[in-house]
Design a protein around this ligand. Structure first.
Ligand code: NAD
Length: 436
């Protein structure tokens, strides 16, 4: 059955959620306070790079299943189900900043003229649903209206967001209302995935602990990579040997320069705060964060070791996005590493297949942007790989060697095989692997 759904906050999660619900047949209106963004979206202009998103948005606009507005009043008029997808960044004190959620729920409470199911899709601390319900009841104009709050955390990964939404590992629905449960299961009925229906607090916690566990795997393998370097073991072999154990699993065991992006860093920080506020020892979580921070320093030291003095040298950076297939540079390791190199007097030339426009907003004219990877290599003192784009894996190494001043590659993503690189005459260094 087609349902009318409203999405409030048309960012990464909101736009993907809206486009995918439209794709599976619902009638969706996406709301955002950013009028320019809404104007562009109505024309099919997408604010982010995400594979297949543009096609999905255009197709569903044409089919009249997807619409956009900057007015919450207009957006919620006809829908029973309202998804909140606004940002929840970290405040200076480490807590989640819920101010956008507060603004939205107040507006919903005051502008609603019928009963609604309010779905919390943004990542929020445990017990936020309780707080939302209290505020909806406090601010509602028509005291007869009923609001039911549901937690439905989002697990999509930037770069494969559409696939993750339409073919997820699981769908988590936290609710204490049978009618809301029935409607939530119905809107997701065409998506084949295990559906976990649970209480509100468990659903909220599932999101934080999932992200924390992923970050734990990344920091764990980076920690082991440092041990590999001291002992002469090879992190790829160690990770393979570990990961084949089904209890451990192969994914997220790739050593590198640590996690970044708009989710893991902020969610780990917020979770540390939540745990501390409950009076629970957060040492385990703090270590995840510390290892991640130190990994960037560890890599910077490799660049310095390779180049000697970095001041006045030109470093070619390959990759600015925090991971491949996205243009997101929020909390990307590239930002920390480039800023530190600039601080040490290094000249930077950089290239990324899609993230240059986003990176330009951060660095302006402080670094040069190149049109392709070969332009980056031309006359550079070294090439530094920060994102494992396929384009970099397939680069013409012979050509690169000729273009570089010296054949030095410092690889933060273990893209190449060290033995092959040595045979090709490169001075190659990477993470947790023996380089010859
Ligand atoms: P985003 O910054 O890309 O988008 C948030 C959007 O909300 C923006 O377009 C902003 O203009 C809009 N907004 C803010 N206040 C508003 C208001 N009062 N009325 C209308 N619109 C408003 O954020 P995002 O990356 O989509 O993340 C949203 C939430 O989803 C966060 O809690 C995040 O942690 C969570 N999440 C993100 C991802 C991801 O990969 N990006 C994955 C899972 C969960």
């Amino acid at each position: 059955m087609q349902r009318k759904i409203t999405i409030i906050g048309t960012g990464y999660v909101g736009l993907v959620t809206g486009a995918c619900f439209a794709e599976i047949g619902h009638k969706v209106v996406c709301v955002d306070r950013d009028k320019e963004k809404i104007k562009n979206l109505k024309k099919g202009i997408i604010p982010i790079y995400e594979p297949y998103l543009k096609e999905l948005v255009s197709k569903n606009i044409k089919k009249k299943r997807l619409n956009f507005t900057s007015s919450i009043k207009e957006g919620i008029k006809e829908s029973k189900i309202i998804f909140i997808c606004v940002g929840t960044p970290t405040r200076i004190d480490g807590n989640s900043d819920l101010s956008s959620i507060e603004v939205v729920i107040r507006e919903i409470a005051q502008l609603s003229i019928s009963n609604k199911i309010i779905v919390e899709k943004s990542t929020v601390p445990v017990k936020t649903a309780e707080y939302i319900k209290k505020n909806l009841d406090l601010y509602k104009k028509n005291k007869k209206l009923k609001f039911s709050v549901v937690s439905n955390p989002e697990f999509l990964r930037e770069g494969s967001a559409i696939k993750d939404f339409l073919k997820p590992d699981r769908i988590v629905i936290g609710t204490e209302d049978d009618k809301a449960k029935e409607i939530m299961l119905e809107i997701y009925s065409s998506i084949k995935a295990p559906k976990i229906v649970t209480d509100l607090k468990s659903a909220e916690l599932i999101k934080y602990v999932s992200n924390t566990f992923l970050a734990l795997k990344i920091s764990f393998i980076n920690f082991i990579a440092q041990i590999c370097e001291k002992t002469g073991a090879d992190i790829k072999e160690v990770a393979l040997g570990m990961g084949l154990d089904k209890r451990i699993g192969k994914l997220f065991l790739e050593a590198g320069i640590g996690y970044g992006g708009s989710c893991l860093p902020k969610d780990i920080k917020a979770f540390i705060r939540i745990v501390r506020d409950f009076g629970i020892d957060a040492t385990l979580l703090e270590s995840i964060e510390n290892i991640n921070k130190n990994q960037r320093e560890f890599f910077l030291q490799k660049i310095k070791d390779s180049l000697g003095n970095v001041s006045g040298k030109t470093v070619g950076i390959l990759g600015l996005a925090f991971k491949p297939n996205t243009d997101d540079v929020r909390e990307a390791p590239s930002v920390t590493i480039i800023n530190k190199l600039l601080g040490a007097g290094t000249k930077i030339k950089a290239y990324d297949p899609v993230a240059i426009d986003q990176a330009r907003k951060i660095f302006g004219k402080k670094i040069k942007f190149a049109k392709n990877l070969y332009e980056v290599a031309q006359n550079a003192d070294a090439l530094v790989i920060l994102t494992e784009w396929n384009e970099f894996k397939n680069m013409d190494l012979r050509k690169i060697k000729k273009l570089l001043k010296l054949p030095k590659i410092i690889d933060g993503r273990n893209v190449f095989d060290p033995a092959k690189m040595a045979r090709s005459g490169f001075n190659y260094s990477c993470i947790g692997r023996k380089t010859i």
